[in-house]
Design a protein around this ligand. Sequence first.
Ligand SMILES: Cc1cc2nc3c(=O)[nH]c(=O)nc-3n(C[C@H](O)[C@H](O)[C@H](O)COP(=O)(O)O)c2cc1C
Length: 378
Amino acid sequence: MSLFSPITLHDVTIPNRIAVSPMSQYRSVFGYTNDWHMVHLGRFAMGGAGLVFCEATAVEERGRRTPGDLGIWEDAQISGLQKITAFLSAEGSVPGIQLGHAGRKASERRPWHGETPVNEEDITLRGEAPWTAIAPSPIPYGEKWTVPQEMTLKDIQDVLDAFRQAARRSLEAGFKVIEVYAAHGFLVHQFYSPAANQRTDAYGGDFEGRIRFALEVADAIREEWPENLPLLFRLSATDWLEGDGWQVDDTVELARRLKAHGVDMIDCSSGAIGGAQKPHRMPVGHGFQVPFAERVRKEADIKTMGVGFIWDPKEADQMITSNQVDMVALARELLDNPNWPLHAAEAIGANEGRKLWKDEFGWWLSRRDRLVKKLGLR
Ligand SMILES: Cc1cc2nc3c(=O)[nH]c(=O)nc-3n(C[C@H](O)[C@H](O)[C@H](O)COP(=O)(O)O)c2cc1C
């Protein structure tokens, strides 16, 4: 088994173990796709990634993180997504969608506009107005953030229904994989983390209460998303907080429970819950979150995806061959080089004669390779 071995999840075979990690572009207007999304995602299919995730896609309009988030809260949004999945599939990649809800992190400015809450100034600057965020508890995300509206039981049912409808639309749009964005301080993470959930009803309190929403999201999606298509969850494996924060042991147990609710793979990220307590500094380094994925894989007996600071082809291959993870996801390295999978294949000897390249590129490159070799130019 190597980075370039296919992997089959139910009826879906992904041609290699490389996923394009979801990357928000904040380029949508009212949640709709445009040419940017097609070109952004299309490059990764041309570059040989097995699974191409589109960015965090809001299941409700109020669940957008920024005014530029992609959305899937109305049927009219399906056709734009469908064009993208058609292209990705035609080029041999498996199209995936990440479904999310920002919860208390909603109504935020884009990273390059400050990652601070949208306010009246944004109306003048960009024609973008702030909106009210909802959350499990009325605790703001950060110091300068407004207090979110505490979700009622009806709000919870409404959001579950939004996930259900989003799953139906994802199927119609031609996606073959759904990943739930249950990490990085967004709504599902806000429910399971004790740092953001202080509810006293059935959706808060102990571990069982706090994970209830995540399990119900999985159930709601499975009502519309067929058994033969894979469902993934991206979790923050730890909050990086002392004491009461969410810990890796909790992630292992949640992974076991999600598996029983029809989830096929856990994508292990970490951190970003926000709130008043300062987290530890993340020990960022090559593949630093992979040990979380390895633990979840072994202890919860579920497939996992490793992500974060992965760019060395041999290391990525090693993560697969040594059974640490089932897949790797890359984000920034692919922004830098969307052809990374093809180069990675060359680096581990799995792409002789540029056979994995599309003919439109590979024919020319292999011809040039031979000429360069003959002339001794490099
Ligand atoms: C431009 C950009 C946008 C991102 N948007 C998302 C997102 O929509 N959903 C998500 O789960 N993670 C998002 N992330 C995090 C990445 O998916 C990934 O987990 C992180 O960047 C670590 O991987 P890397 O070291 O390969 O970049 C984003 C990262 C980048 C660079």
